[in-house]
Design a protein around this ligand. Structure first.
Ligand SMILES: *Cc1c(COP(=O)(O)O)cnc(C)c1O
Length: 397
């Protein structure tokens, strides 16, 4: 019995079975590499679901968190701390629009806060997209389209209309003067890295503005450098002039420390009033210090440019193997379709070959590695990739 087998047995006996059996039991990491409890090394092309922006054990993150915890670890929102204020200021500066920030602990919480905020418009109707993923708490789940996630928990709160993602006409038809908000991912992550047609997000801005509804972009996965920009929606010129009313962030923001942020601009920034919403841990100085270190390191290490360059290299490598029918990539957010339903088998074969991979569906893979992934990591993976696909094919035969 390996150490992993032993931990897996204890895991199964003590943790709720919400995630299925773990793919590996991991012990430590460095950069884009991790090691399991038996000492096997893996290249991490999953990044803890687009979270480990700086990879594992980045000295800047370790130093910032350690120093903050040695100074002041938690105070509650009866009090303020400087990392909290500095982070809010920094996020608004990066967004490029005046506004206000609510800090929480996860993506779903960032979306819950935004959903509650939309109710303060006096309207209750929300339009979301088919294929969307916005989180697992009841409010965020009401905006998430996947039937398998929703059905066991119905009735869900809310008055939500789902429209096909990327279809401006359908969106225009669904939005009325009863609509509080339209929520969209700039790129759908859990759906397998789906990009909307050019002009869709600009159309969404025009449609919501005309109806007096809020445009809410869920950048939980796409934000903080993932696409080679601070925010994925910054690639849309119209949104630089006429920004979204709400932007939610989480995954990459804390580099592994739990943090979520709800950014509101214009009149939306003042919709939540004292007593409307709260959190005990949100804005915790350790999580905020981590986020500040992530933002600073992205600048110091030139990671936005690095993401663009390395993302192209990785996307080319993924696309070059036989059996890959389509690759969709923006920065280090890459989806790949296969010519057969090999997704889970590829994840297993990848692990056996020393790579942490992810499939979002039967024939779709998603690569969201640390932003610090090196060219060497990509080249080593490129050599192994055709063999991983072959092994997955043989294992399912
Ligand atoms: C992951 C994700 C969420 C949920 O974040 P959690 O931290 O898991 O609650 C919400 N929206 C998008 C787009 C995501 O990718």
């Amino acid at each position: 019995m390996t150490r992993q087998d032993e931990w897996n047995e204890r895991y199964a006996a003590s943790l709720m079975n919400t995630f299925g059996p773990p793919k590996a039991v991991l012990a430590r990491g460095m950069g884009a590499h991790v090691w399991d409890v038996d000492g096997r090394e893996y290249v991490d092309l999953f990044g803890g679901i687009a979270v480990n922006a700086l990879g594992h054990a980045h000295p800047a993150l370790v130093q910032a968190v350690t120093a903050q915890l040695q100074t002041l670890g938690h105070v509650s929102n009866f009090f303020a701390t400087s990392p909290q204020v500095e982070l809010a200021e920094r996020l608004l500066a990066l967004l490029g629009t005046p506004g206000k920030v609510f800090l929480s602990n996860s993506g779903t919480e960032a979306n819950e806060a935004a959903l509650k905020l939309t109710r303060r418009t006096g309207r209750t109707h929300v339009v979301a997209a088919e294929g969307s993923f916005h989180g697992r708490t009841m409010g965020a789940l009401s905006l998430t389209s996947k039937e398998a996630y929703r059905r066991p928990f119905e009735p869900l709160p809310g008055d939500v209309t789902f429209v096909p993602y990327g279809d401006s006409e359908a969106l225009a038809a669904a939005v009325t003067d009863r609509t509080a908000a339209v929520i969209l991912e700039p790129i759908q992550g859990e759906a397998g890295v789906l990009l909307p047609p050019a002009g869709y997000l600009a159309d969404a801005r025009r449609i919501t503005s005309a109806a007096g509804a809020l445009l809410w972009l869920d950048e939980v996965q796409t934000g903080i450098g993932r696409t080679g920009r601070w925010f994925a929606h910054h690639s849309v010129p119209e949104l630089l002039d006429s920004p979204p009313d709400l932007v939610t962030l989480a995954k990459g923001l804390g580099g592994g420390l739990p943090i979520g942020a709800t950014l509101a601009t214009g009149a939306a920034a003042d919709l939540l009033e004292p007593g409307n919403h709260g959190t005990t841990f949100g804005g915790n100085p350790v999580a905020c210090a981590a986020a500040l270190a992530v933002l600073q390191t992205i600048v110091h290490e030139g990671l936005l440019d690095h993401v663009e360059f390395t993302g192209k290299r990785l996307a080319d490598a993924v696309a070059s193997a036989p059996g890959v029918t389509e690759v969709r990539a923006v920065g280090l957010m890459i989806g790949a379709d296969l010519d057969a339903d090999l997704g889970p088998a590829v994840v297993d074969a990848g692990r056996d070959a020393g790579y942490l991979l992810n499939s979002t569906g039967p024939h779709t893979l998603r690569f969201v590695p640390p932003l610090v992934l090196t060219d060497d990591d990509v080249d080593v993976f490129a050599d192994a990739w055709p063999g991983i696909l072959r092994a997955a094919g043989e294992a399912t035969r």
